[in-house]
Design a protein around this ligand. Structure first.
Ligand SMILES: [Zn+2]
Length: 302
């Protein structure tokens, strides 16, 4: 908690909180926040948050099983997840480079007892290098790669129609449906992904949310629509696990769990399950923060 307070204070002291133009919106966001989402509340309600300390300076995390069918093969500063299905593996995000794919993701799979030859589909949440940098490694091996059409653009275009991730599309891999939701804002075609995870015989629904809008009021308006759209899926799909590609920024509790999950005691509580109410409230909170940012941006532009 001390570290969180220190981060909060540091952010407050050096950056504009978005409450100048419309304090009511920030108060509405604050009312939707809780202890667990404080770091996200402060950051998303700050108009132009500074680059997060340590981003881009991570190392390989210890590969870990997070649920019976969800594994982490990422770095300490950016995630890569594997969903195990009855018909092979799906990878979400690919780290910085083909070398990361070869030296972190592939050995991670083997360490976790997963066969890299079973990799059937790779999703990149967006085109930025820390998420799509490893794409060429998998493309060269003939694995289906999926990004939104808008985000394929900066990578030279989609190789074929099967590679285009569309809003509302459900990819069935064996017994596992993976739902794609377009959540533009961070990039024009950023996607979030929803899929079932199981533990102790109980099925939960997880979302990996690509958030953090970059740009002016217009981009933020798209992001507000996108998170509201995702909120509808969180409600209708009863999502109760909320994950983020840069977990250190969004949820320090989840981040600490993921980084130590390899040594978790069997049967201990899984803090990644936050419940459907908290997941929906989180999405509503960041949407309110972005509305507050828009108010501040538009006031400054007058
Ligand atoms: Zn990015």
């Amino acid at each position: 908690m001390n570290r969180l307070l220190a981060v909060t204070c540091a952010l407050l002291s050096i950056q504009a909180f978005a409450q100048d133009a419309n304090p009511a919106l920030v108060e509405q966001a604050r009312a939707l926040s809780d202890e667990r989402s404080q770091a996200s509340f402060v950051r998303q309600c700050t108009v132009e948050p500074a680059r997060f300390p340590g981003l881009g300076e991570g190392v390989a995390a210890t590969p870990a099983k997070l649920f019976d069918n969800l594994y982490y093969v990422g770095r300490t500063d950016v995630g890569a997840w594997v969903i195990k299905t009855s018909d092979g593996l799906a990878l979400i995000d690919t780290l910085y480079t083909p070398e990361d794919a070869a030296n972190i993701i592939m050995p991670g799979l083997q360490q976790l007892g997963l066969d890299p030859a079973q990799l059937k589909v790779v999703f990149a949440t967006h085109f930025h290098g820390d998420h799509a940098g490893g794409v060429p490694f998998f493309r060269d091996r003939g694995v289906r790669i999926m990004l939104s059409e808008a985000d394929w653009g900066p990578l030279g275009g989609a190789p074929n129609a099967d590679s285009i991730a569309r809003d509302g599309q459900v990819i069935m891999l064996g017994d596992t449906p993976i739902t794609i939701v377009l959540t533009p804002g961070h990039t024009p075609g950023a996607i979030s992904l929803i899929f079932p995870v199981t533990e102790n015989g109980v099925t939960h629904k997880a979302v990996i949310m690509e958030l953090s809008p970059r740009g002016g009021a217009d981009v933020h308006k798209q992001a507000v629509e996108g998170i509201a759209h995702l909120g509808e899926f969180i409600a209708s799909e009863s999502v109760d696990v909320a994950l983020h590609p840069h977990e250190m920024i969004f949820d320090p509790v989840a981040r600490d769990f993921i980084m130590s999950a390899s040594s978790r005691t069997q049967g201990s509580e899984n803090p990644l399950v936050i419940g459907n109410e908290a997941a929906g409230r989180f999405a509503a909170m960041v949407g309110k923060c972005w509305e507050a940012r828009i108010a501040t941006m538009e006031a400054a532009a007058k």
